[in-house]
Write a protein that binds this ligand. Structure first.
Ligand SMILES: Nc1nc2c(ncn2[C@@H]2O[C@H](COP(=O)(O)OP(=O)(O)O)[C@@H](O)[C@H]2O)c(=O)[nH]1
Ligand SMILES: [Mg+2]
Length: 446
């Protein structure tokens, strides 16, 4: 069978079995790209330097609530799952295997099963998920250990790792040792990671060349596959089929606060569909025709628009133009029923047929964000203020001292991106009519 990987050498104390399957204006976006690039090239020192440049941009357009409806902000009532702050008693894993050959799907590389642990509590139907490359093992190790320590060891959710190439033995073994739930490794099907037949390859090549100097990852074809995969396919992967909720985790990210409640049960209990920590402005050069295509779709399918949606967060002029606000999708806790819904599937198909993932460089972040903001009632979108989080070069840290104390947060309020000029959080909270945190103004100048 192709795409099936041999099992790695078994780690000590464990046996494992292979399951035989497997506008603002262009300047803002550009400076975000520069920050990212800086990080990639010279890690934090460079990013800091660029942050300073960014800080000095006097023309930054503050995203304030002044353009949104003038109503008293309300406090959203949130119900925490009953087992919050109640860590489970850890037991030595009694290793059990999935029965070999039970799943003949070639896109499922290998799976480990620890059913004795999984039965310990009632949990949501959920998994953590990471699309990642073998060469990112070092960054992924740190991230997985961090998420396990801050959250998952208390709940033991599964973790699905996806890759467009087979994971190597080292990757599989290292991750399996770290994940407290079931670690699963899957291959992305070729049809979800290739240029579709209707896309003009020559035109796409030219577009990439033209973007090379202007946009981060502008000349990268694989980045475009990644964005398209995250926009339209990850939730169809055979390994993701059994789950409803997911937490997307990228290598090199970190959470800075303890999450003492079951985040997935939280989503379910509170009827939340999409959760985020950072919202910011996209580089307009990457999404030149995305809004136009979105409007064409919603005009043809007005029924998909939710009644009380977040349109005013996305647009300063009631939908005429896109203001580039989006949720930073490297952190996502969401309900895949939404991505699997007809409204979203048809939206993705419409976008995909237009070729914009390849002729431009549409990110999954604006695509997911626009859909969540337009097709969901705004009550179903949640800002996880309590989870300090970093994806270089930006950090969200709760500025309220009690929240940081409660979560034993290892970030500083002054690090937070929330109130910087390119953040869309203020506008988001205003449109949601959620009160801005006390003292937010003190964190708004760079
Ligand atoms: N398997 C695989 N994962 C990728 C590829 N490109 C990006 N990713 C993953 O997709 C996510 C986003 O990519 P990243 O390089 O972090 O982009 P950025 O966050 O926009 O700077 C990360 O989880 C990466 O590990 C690829 O070619 N193959
Ligand atoms: Mg990343």
């Amino acid at each position: 069978m192709h795409n099936v990987h041999e099992a790695p050498n078994p780690p000590q104390k464990k046996t494992q079995k292979v399951v035989n399957t497997h506008n603002i204006n262009g300047d803002f976006g550009k400076s975000i790209d520069e920050l990212k690039k800086g990080h990639l090239e010279e890690e934090e020192a460079k990013a800091k330097e660029l942050e300073e440049q960014y800080q000095n941009r006097g023309e930054a357009q503050a995203v304030s609530g002044s353009e949104t409806e003038d109503e008293e902000p309300s406090h959203t009532e949130i119900i925490l799952p009953s087992n919050s702050a109640t860590p489970f008693v850890m037991k030595a894993p009694s290793l059990m295997h999935s029965s070999p050959g039970s799943n003949p799907d070639p896109n499922i590389q290998i799976a480990f099963d620890y059913p004795a642990l999984r039965q310990q509590t009632e949990r949501a139907n959920a998994t953590l998920v990471s699309l990642v490359r073998n060469k990112e093992l070092k960054q992924m190790v740190r991230t997985v250990k961090n998420y396990e320590d801050r959250f998952n060891h208390k709940f033991r959710y599964d973790w699905v790792f996806l890759n467009d190439e087979p994971f190597d033995d080292d990757f599989i073994e290292t991750m399996t040792n770290l994940v407290s739930g079931k670690a699963k490794f899957g291959l992305v099907p070729k049809e979800h990671w290739s240029v579709p037949s209707w896309v003009d390859k020559e035109k796409a090549d030219k577009a990439r060349k033209a973007m090379a100097e202007q946009v981060i990852y502008g000349d990268s074809e694989s980045y475009r596959h990644m964005c398209r995969f995250n926009s339209g396919f990850f939730f169809h992967h055979p390994l993701m089929q059994e789950y409803r909720y997911y937490w997307r985790v990228e290598p090199e990210t970190a959470i800075h606060c303890d999450v003492n409640y079951d985040i997935f049960q939280f989503m379910q209990t509170n009827n939340k569909t999409y959760g985020f920590t950072i919202t910011l402005l996209e580089n307009p050069l990457t999404v030149a025709s995305l809004w136009q295509e979105t409007k064409a779709y919603t005009k043809a399918h007005p029924e998909v628009l939710a009644k009380d949606n977040l349109l005013n967060w996305l647009s300063y002029d009631k939908g005429e133009n896109y203001n580039m606000c989006h949720f930073w999708s490297n952190f996502e806790v969401a309900d895949m029923d939404f991505w699997r819904s007809e409204a979203y599937q048809k939206y993705f198909d419409h976008l995909d047929k237009s070729g914009g993932f390849f002729y431009e460089r549409w990110g999954d972040a604006p695509v997911h964000s626009i859909a969540a903001a337009l097709f969901l009632p705004k009550s179903e979108v949640h800002f996880f203020n309590d989870i300090g989080y970093t994806h270089p070069p930006f950090t969200h840290c709760p500025i309220d001292g009690d929240t940081r104390k409660e979560g034993k947060c290892s970030c500083l309020a002054e690090e937070t991106f929330d109130w910087k000029p390119c953040s869309c959080l203020g506008r988001y909270l205003d449109v949601q009519r959620i009160k801005r945190p006390h003292d937010w103004e003190n964190y708004s100048d760079w």
